[in-house]
Design a protein around this ligand. Structure first.
Ligand SMILES: *Cc1c(COP(=O)(O)O)cnc(C)c1O
Length: 484
């Protein structure tokens, strides 16, 4: 493709995306495709001859769009939001346009140094501690995902706990990792991959009311395991769990970690970005004093296209010590000088995209004020929805939302727990099948709950009003079908 052809088709692609943004509300939120529908529309074999680009754009409409669930639809309330925005898309396009591979400082100094500066900016925007800044012993890095960041943190913690023995010789004795029933599954996955083993992932009790990790039980487990000859490697505390946005008591957990000399990883994948608002920074209490590593995802609630996980460590040495291997073909003067950061040593893979461009674009386009405005809108809309749920006797609200996730269930008078859970799931399926909105569920306190996660760039009060209307309508319709 020549530069002229690229210009022509590139403009068509941008127009196509802008048209999509304009008409996104005309699509059903959840794809109505059945298994195999998309495959059936795709040729079984690749073309022998190149066929130009028109066909790709035509097939986007004909083949791909029917199989798309519209994550940027303002009526998308499922899982957590998957942020996107104009400046983020354009920043990512610039990254693709440059096509650089930023594994080493030397392979594109700007790719490394822009990332370093943007992570320092972002730490400042979130009010994170000085010791996460790149001009001290710690520093920030963009990872592909909170899951990849968790694995990197686990191997760094392992390295610090046993002085590099596991990396060198393999895991000889029992190593343990501490989570709660509410911790994201990526921590168990990291323990499996790192060779710690799922059996050595210790599940700390949670307070049944708040679902927050019990620091006293953590303390007891750590003491018990150490006495039995195990080597405790890491504790993962969560700020904003995936299920219900429960917040672990990082100050108390951190105190326990310090006493036992164990690495504290803080997973704030969804919630952490809320700290752009000074009035919400309380969620990060304890992080400044105790966290060895901290993760949040601009690619969830902060308008930045996947993939963009920001991770900071208080001390980069164990991370780099665990992950740095220097084959001859990567040797270079800049690395040898010790004056530069080689981010390949901060992550699992060697290669890395120029992801800082999209976060830089987002921060510069919105500014701190614009980012705060986006978060405050989500918080305000969630609070408004929660107050209407709380005021409606047909529904039970789990709790006042901490941020922009609302968990609740219809009461289904006259049904027992299991029947009511089944009815709640049926309600969710009917709502999602209607295409009018998309929401998902969780289980807490032994009951199935619906989750409404607010945070798409285009979601307004009118969208939340309409969603609440549809939920009440469909709930009433289901109840009426049961009692003819
Ligand atoms: C979403 C989520 C993750 C996983 O995020 P990825 O970036 O998709 O790996 C991890 N932890 C928590 C608390 C999450 O909500």
């Amino acid at each position: 493709m020549t530069p002229d052809e690229f210009r022509r088709y590139g403009k068509q692609v941008i127009d196509w995306i802008a048209d999509y943004q304009e008409k996104i509300e005309s699509y059903p939120v959840l794809s109505q495709a059945r298994p195999g529908d998309v495959l059936a529309n795709l040729p079984a074999h690749p073309p022998e001859q190149g066929e130009g680009f028109e066909g790709v754009l035509a097939d986007m409409d004909r083949v791909v769009m029917p199989g798309i669930t519209h994550w940027q639809h303002p009526d998308f309330f499922a899982y957590f939001p998957s942020g996107a925005s104009g400046p983020s898309i354009l920043g990512d396009l610039l990254s693709a346009g440059l096509g650089v591979q930023g594994m080493l400082w030397a392979t594109s100094p700007a790719c490394t140094e822009l990332e370093t500066r943007v992570l320092d900016w972002f730490a400042e925007l979130l009010g994170l501690p000085e010791r996460f800044r790149s001009d001290g012993p710690g520093g920030g890095v963009i990872q592909d995902s909170a899951s990849g960041a968790a694995l990197a943190a686990v191997v760094a913690a392992l390295h610090r706990a046993d002085g590099g023995a596991a990396g060198r010789d393999g895991i000889a004795r029992r190593h343990t990792l501490y989570v709660s029933s509410q911790t994201h599954s990526s921590l168990e996955k990291a323990a499996r991959i790192a060779g710690i083993g799922a059996v050595n992932v210790r599940v700390v009790d949670v307070d049944p009311a708040t679902l927050a990790m019990d620091p006293a039980h953590l303390d007891a487990l750590l003491a018990e395991d150490a006495a039995a000859g195990a080597l405790p490697v890491m504790v993962c505390a969560t700020i904003g769990t995936t299920s219900t946005t429960a917040v672990d008591a990082v100050p108390a957990i951190g105190e326990v970690c310090r006493r036992h000399g164990v690495w504290l990883h803080v997973d704030a994948a969804y919630a952490g970005v809320a700290a752009v608002c000074p009035e919400l920074r309380g969620i990060n209490d304890g992080v400044a004093e105790y966290a060895d590593s901290y993760v949040t995802n601009p690619h969830k609630w902060l308008l930045t296209n996947f993939d963009c996980t920001t991770m900071w460590v208080a001390d980069r040495e164990p991370l780099v010590g665990a992950l740095s291997i220097l084959p001859e073909y990567l040797r270079n003067q800049a690395s040898a000088s010790g004056e530069v950061i080689d981010y390949r040593d901060w992550q699992i893979s060697l290669g890395r995209r120029f992801r800082a461009l999209k976060l830089w674009s987002v921060i510069r386009w919105y500014g701190a004020e614009g980012l705060r405005e986006h978060v405050r809108t989500g918080v305000r809309l969630a609070a408004g929805l929660a107050s209407r749920i709380a005021a409606d006797p047909a529904f039970a609200l789990l709790e006042e939302p901490k941020l922009s996730l609302v968990c609740f269930r219809p009461r289904w008078d006259g049904l027992d727990g299991a029947e009511a859970d089944a009815a709640t799931l049926r309600l969710m399926e009917r709502l999602n099948a209607s295409g009018d909105l998309y929401l998902t569920h969780t289980k807490a306190g032994g009951r199935v709950l619906l989750r409404v996660a607010i945070g798409a760039a285009g979601t307004t009060g009118a969208h939340v009003d309409a969603a609440w209307r549809r939920i009440r309508e469909e709930t009433a319709a289901l109840a009426a079908e049961r009692t003819p």
